[in-house]
Ligand binder design. Sequence first.
Ligand code: IYR
Length: 223
Amino acid sequence: MKDHDSVPYSLERLDDADAVSRAQALRDRLKQRRTCRYFSGEPVPREIIEAAIEAAGTAPNGANHQPWHFAVVSSPEKKRAIREAAEEEERNFYAGKASGEWLDALAPLGTDEDKPFLETAPWLIVVFAQRKGGIEEDGKTQNYYVNESVGIACGMLIATLHEAGLATLTHTPSPMGFLREICGRPEHEKPLMVVVVGHPAEGATVPAHALKKKPLEQISSWL
Ligand code: IYR
């Protein structure tokens, strides 16, 4: 390895049996996660959102530039503005912009242009990918593997929120340029998704379609 400043690294060593059961236990917890589309307005402590964003901020990423920004929205005015703009885009999407094939693929999920959860849920985390900026966020330095980095960060964000017993929805209005304006973010940041966070509404359901997960044999090959 080239000469560079470094610090020691070590992990608590688990015995194999313990390691296997910890991996399986986390798998079983993550298996309980569902994408929820019905939220209650019940408040959620800000500290949970802070911890989840800090967890996301540890994600592996290109050159440690940490090319993400999380705009956390809780004000009713901002939530309403996001809902109104998202519903307008979604109306176009469902009324013809999306291909027939795409709409057919969405049919088993039962989604439509109404997005009341953008106002009901206590928190919206709008995730931005920084195409430029580097670690100093100078707005100029090239960033690398931006989508990969921010995608992994979103996974860690959602996993942490799930661990806190909260429901989430990764919402991707299309196009979503309006999020940049509403959240006051610069041009070189690309809105990637809105993570809707809260408690599920009483009587909330999830589409049965979403429970069909591909088995290990299908999603993996062992060479
Ligand atoms: N953005 C739309 C459509 C949508 C697209 C996919 I792919 C989904 O998995 C779910 C929804 C909407 O939010 O309704």
